[in-house]
Ligand binder design. Structure first.
Ligand SMILES: O=C(O)CCC(=O)C(=O)O
Ligand SMILES: [Fe+2]
Length: 227
């Protein structure tokens, strides 16, 4: 018997650090008492994910033609993060059909930040991404690897050279699926706008307006709690 698992934790913001912008996200994470080493384990995992994400971002900065430090400093030197543990019950085939998609999946969306490292249960293919032709294709779990989604902030920073990945989850298997997703984000108060190098690559056109990451996050969390 499984309960529906859906818990999130956030990088804890120091009270008052970001003024009114930070208020909606202030507060402490609530850790369970059992298993007793859960908090410690998660904190270690988060720290390792942060490190690897930072390295991937350095690679992406180079790939975009910028300096490796493009996503450091005021953009990502104090990167915000979100960690999410999600359980998807297996599909009931009692009537030969899947039950409501909401119970077994997650609707189509893009992630909000820079990168997501998706750690999926092995042997269950449920995550789908939409390709450029508009088709949904599976992103099956590969043991020892993460699926890495590009988020809305990286779309803006890259001036649209990278698209944020539209994805969804449909668990059609009989088995309960667990996913651990780590969201690597810009600094909470980062003013995110296209990098100069990416503007030049698009003939001087700025495809996106400036967005403050914390505002984007708060508006998403408040309007769409499910994603
Ligand atoms: O369960 C998954 O594979 C992905 C979950 C997801 O897209 C999300 O939490 O934003
Ligand atoms: Fe997602």
């Amino acid at each position: 018997m499984h309960f529906q698992l859906n818990s999130k934790c956030y990088k804890e913001l120091k009270q008052g650090m970001y003024g009114a912008l930070g208020k909606p996200m202030e507060g402490c994470n609530q850790w369970p008492h059992y298993p007793p080493n859960f908090k410690e384990l998660m904190e270690e995992y988060i720290s390792l994910c942060t490190e690897v994400s930072r390295k991937i971002m350095r690679g992406i900065a180079l790939a975009l033609g910028g300096s490796p430090d493009e996503f450091e400093g005021e953009r990502g030197g104090d990167a915000f993060w979100v960690m999410r543990l999600i359980g998807y019950p297996g599909a009931s085939t009692a009537n030969g059909k899947c039950t409501s998609e909401n119970d077994i999946g997650c609707g189509a969306h893009t992630d909000y930040g820079l990168l997501t490292l998706v750690n999926q249960d092995e042997n269950i293919t449920a995550l789908q991404v939409r390709n450029q032709a508009g088709e949904w294709i599976s992103a099956p779990p590969n043991p020892g690897t993460f699926v890495c989604n590009i988020g809305d902030m990286l779309k803006i920073l890259s001036n649209g050279l990278y698209e944020s990945t539209l994805h969804r989850v449909i668990n059609k298997s009989q088995t309960y699926r667990v996913c651990v997703a780590f969201f690597y984000e810009p600094n909470y108060d980062a003013a995110v706008e296209p990098l100069e190098v990416c503007v030049r690559k698009r003939g001087g056109t700025r495809k996106f307006e400036k967005a403050v990451y914390g505002e984007h996050l708060v508006s998403k969390v408040q309007t769409n709690f499910v994603t």
